[in-house]
Design a protein around this ligand. Structure first.
Ligand SMILES: Cc1cc2nc3c(=O)[nH]c(=O)nc-3n(C[C@H](O)[C@H](O)[C@H](O)COP(=O)(O)OP(=O)(O)OC[C@H]3O[C@@H](n4cnc5c(N)ncnc54)[C@H](O)[C@@H]3O)c2cc1C
Length: 398
C-alpha cells in the first residue's frame, strides 16, 4: 500500500474516532466559520470537542509545521485530509486573517521567536487578528501611509489612524503598517508591527455600513508603546512583508470561504426563481431568466474548476503570485453579478431589508446584495487589480 493510501486509512480511522456524529453529514451543527479569538464563545459542547481535537492534532492548519501548531502534512496529505473530511460531511470551521494572511507572511519573514509566539495561537484560534493597512487618504496608494512609529528605548511609540479595519472591535491583535522614516522614499520608510489591541492608547470605533452591518472600524493609536521585538523583518523594510501578505490576501479572496453564507444564499438561483415565479416544477416560464441563471451558474462552475486547477498546482503555503489578481477581479465581479440576479429574482421582496413582517431569507439576500458592493473595493479595487495584471502578469509598460 502506498504511503498516501496508508495515510488515507489512518485519517479515516482518526476521523471516525474523533469527529462527533453531530459534526458530520449534511445537517451537521458546525458553523461555516469560527473566527477564533478571546471573545469567541462556542455554545455547542460537540463543536468545542471537535475544535479541541482538531487543534491537538494540528489539523486546523494541516500544512503548517508541527512546531508552530500545524499538522506538518505535505500538500498531498492535506488534500487527502480535505477529501476524507468532505466524504463524511465535516470540516475545520476555524478560519481567520491569521490563518489566511498573517501566518503565511510570518512563516516567510518572522524570527523564530516570533513564529513560536504567534503561529500556535493562530492555529488554536486563541488570538484573532485584524489588518491595519488603510488610512484616511491611503487606500490604493497604500505606501503613502502616515501612521508614525518613533523609537523610544526598547519600544516604538505609535501615533496615527487606520480606517476600514475589519473586525478591529472584536480582534485581539492587529498587524500594522507604520512609517518609521518620513524622509525616505515612501516605500522605503515603512515597518511592519504586531500590536496587542489591549495596549494603552489603542481604540476602535465601528463604522456602520449601508447594509446595516458594522464589520469594520476606524482604529486610533494615541502614543501606543509597542516593543521593538514586535517588528517583523527589518526596520523600513516592512513594504516587502506588506506585499507578501497582500498576495496571500488576494489568494484568500479568490478562493477562501470568505464570508459565511447566510439564509437566502442557501437557496440556489433556480430555487429563488421557482419561489418567486410560483413555478415549482418544469422549465421556468421566462426564457431570458432561464438563460441568465444558466450563464451565471456555468460561470461559477468554470471559475471553481479553474481555481481548483491552479490551487492544485500551487505549492502549500504559497500564494498564486500576481495571477491572484485575475482571480480576485473575476470572482468579485461574478459575485456582484450573481447577487444582482438573485435580487432581481426576489422581485418585490428584493426591495426590503428590515421589518419582522418580511421573510428572513429575503432580508438576508438584500443585505448580501448591498454588501456585495464592497467586494470590488476590499483587498484592492478592481482598477488596482487591472493595474497589477497589466504590469506584473502581462508585463506591459506603465
Ligand atoms: C469591506 C471592506 C473591508 C476592508 N477591510 C480592510 C481591513 O481590514 N484593513 C485595511 O487596512 N483596509 C481594509 N479595507 C480598505 C480597502 O483596502 C480600501 O478601501 C481599498 O484599498 C481602496 O482604498 P480607498 O477606499 O482609499 O479608495 P481609493 O484608493 O481612494 O480609490 C478611489 C477610487 O479611485 C480608483 N483608483 C485609485 N488609484 C487608482 C489607480 N492608480 N489607477 C486606477 N484607479 C485608481 C480606485 O479604483 C477607486 O475606484 C476594507 C475595505 C472594504 C470595502
Amino acid at each position: 500500500m502506498s504511503d498516501l493510501n496508508t495515510f488515507r486509512q489512518e485519517t479515516r480511522a482518526w476521523l471516525n474516532e474523533n469527529c462527533p456524529a453531530s459534526c458530520q453529514g449534511d445537517d451537521n451543527i458546525l458553523p461555516d466559520i469560527l473566527w477564533g479569538g478571546r471573545r469567541q464563545k462556542i455554545d455547542e459542547p460537540d463543536v468545542q470537542l471537535w475544535m479541541d481535537r482538531l487543534v491537538a492534532q494540528g489539523w486546523t492548519i494541516p500544512g503548517w509545521p508541527k512546531e508552530y501548531g500545524g499538522g506538518g502534512l505535505s500538500d498531498d496529505e492535506s488534500k487527502v485530509l480535505a477529501e476524507e473530511m468532505s466524504a463524511i460531511g465535516t470540516h475545520s470551521p476555524l478560519y481567520s486573517f491569521g490563518i489566511s494572511m498573517l501566518g503565511p507572511a510570518l512563516l516567510e519573514y518572522a524570527t523564530e521567536e516570533q513564529k513560536r509566539e504567534h503561529l500556535p495561537r493562530i492555529a488554536s484560534g486563541e488570538i484573532r487578528w485584524c489588518q491595519g493597512y488603510s488610512e484616511p487618504g491611503s487606500g490604493s496608494d497604500l505606501a503613502s501611509l502616515q501612521c508614525k512609529a518613533v523609537k523610544d528605548g526598547d519600544d516604538y511609540v505609535v501615533t496615527g489612524q487606520k480606517v476600514w479595519t475589519s473586525t478591529a472591535d472584536v480582534s485581539d491583535w492587529i498587524f500594522c503598517l507604520v512609517r518609521t522614516d518620513s524622509d525616505a522614499p515612501k516605500h522605503e520608510g515603512i515597518s511592519f508591527l504586531l500590536i496587542d489591541m489591549e495596549s494603552e492608547g489603542v481604540s476602535a470605533r465601528p463604522i456602520v455600513l449601508l447594509s446595516g452591518a458594522s464589520p469594520f472600524c476606524e482604529t486610533f493609536f494615541d502614543g501606543v508603546r509597542v516593543p521593538i521585538a514586535n517588528r517583523v523583518h527589518e526596520e523600513n523594510k516592512g513594504w516587502s512583508v506588506a506585499k507578501a501578505l497582500l498576495l496571500h490576501e488576494r489568494t484568500m479572496l479568490a478562493g477562501g470561504p470568505g464570508r459565511a453564507s447566510t439564509g437566502d444564499q442557501k437557496r440556489t438561483l433556480l430555487q429563488v426563481a421557482r419561489d418567486s415565479m410560483n413555478a415549482p416544477t418544469g422549465p421556468l416560464p421566462d426564457k431570458a431568466v432561464r438563460a441568465e441563471i444558466a450563464q451565471t451558474e456555468m460561470d461559477q462552475m468554470c471559475y471553481a474548476a479553474t481555481l481548483q486547477k491552479v490551487q492544485d498546482a500551487a505549492k502549500a503555503g504559497k500564494g498564486m503570485g500576481p495571477e491572484g489578481s485575475m482571480f480576485k477581479l473575476y470572482l468579485s465581479e461574478l459575485g456582484q453579478r450573481s447577487a444582482d440576479l438573485r435580487q432581481r429574482l426576489n422581485g418585490a421582496d428584493g426591495l426590503i431589508w428590515d421589518g419582522d413582517e418580511f421573510h428572513p431569507e429575503a432580508k438576508e439576500s438584500t443585505r448580501e446584495w448591498l454588501y456585495s458592493r464592497a467586494s470590488t473595493i476590499l483587498g484592492g479595487t478592481s482598477e488596482i487589480q487591472l493595474n497589477i495584471i497589466t504590469k506584473r502578469v502581462l508585463g506591459l509598460p506603465e
